[in-house]
Design a protein around this ligand. Structure first.
Ligand SMILES: N[C@@H](CCC(=O)N[C@@H](CS)C(=O)NCC(=O)O)C(=O)O
Length: 234
């Protein structure tokens, strides 16, 4: 009797098989590219198969090569067959539509509304925190002088995260991992490496995020990179 298994049983249950060519996710340096980290961690967490194409920054802002696949000249960019999707949050929304069996957003309508509000707030806000405190996975924890704008951003993150965690009961912002967590992943790194918060909800949530297998894989790869972007070494 044959001992071979039907193919389906050899596939991890959370891996979505894509019939044709793999989707391509173009990203920048794992150590610094905070926008790239967002769709990457969600796709990796949910087991969506994709081809990662990493093109390192060759100057402070990016790489002229990004223009070859991205209409904005920025990463991340997702290419799915003849479709190109730019903007991290639009990519995540597309994935939620494309793979409805993976629950990218909370299922409850009110929680979903709040998760979308949090994700959009991250996408369009926190400009002081983003500009003064770049994501830097390899950096060892060291405080830097920060503006009042950064302090206000951190207070808002603390209030938002503690409110979400209290409502949902955690361990992620809306209970299970969702797009909202993917959007805030780089903030977890920023609060830690610049020693910006002593809030207990931040500490607990950060441990949850850093415990994700997908986080560990991104972090390992970032530590193995050797590119240095001086503008992001605050
Ligand atoms: N709003 C965009 C921001 C993308 C972005 O700024 N990406 C950076 C890398 S993390 C980039 O490609 N910079 C190149 C440039 O600005 O020329 C998104 O959400 O995807």
């Amino acid at each position: 009797m044959s001992t071979s298994q039907p193919r389906e049983t050899l596939v991890a249950p959370n891996v979505t098989r894509i019939p044709n060519a793999l989707m391509k996710l173009y990203i920048g340096n794992k150590n610094y590219s905070s926008w790239s980290f967002r769709p990457w961690i969600a796709m990796s967490h949910f087991g969506v198969e994709f081809e990662e194409i990493l093109i390192p920054f060759n100057d402070d802002a990016g790489n002229p090569e990004f223009r070859e696949f991205s209409p904005t000249g920025k990463v991340p960019t997702l290419v799915d067959g003849d479709l190109t999707v730019w903007e991290s949050l639009a990519i995540l929304e597309y994935l939620a539509d494309r793979f409805p069996e993976n629950v990218f957003w909370p299922q409850d309508i009110k929680s979903r509304a709040l998760a979308r509000a949090a994700a959009h707030e991250m996408h369009g806000g926190f400009s002081s925190l983003r500009s003064e405190c770049p994501m830097n996975i390899r950096r060892t924890i060291r405080a830097i002088p920060v503006s009042d704008g950064v302090r206000r951003d951190v207070e808002r993150v603390e209030a938002l995260w503690s409110d979400c965690l209290e409502r949902s009961g955690g361990p992620f912002l809306f209970g299970d991992f969702s797009i909202a967590d993917a959007m805030f992943a780089p903030v977890v790194n920023r609060l830690e490496i610049y020693d910006l918060s002593g809030h207990s909800a931040v500490a607990a949530y950060s441990e949850t995020m850093k415990g994700l297998d997908a986080w560990k894989r991104w972090e390992k790869a970032a530590r193995e990179e050797s590119w240095i972007v001086p503008a992001d070494e605050a």
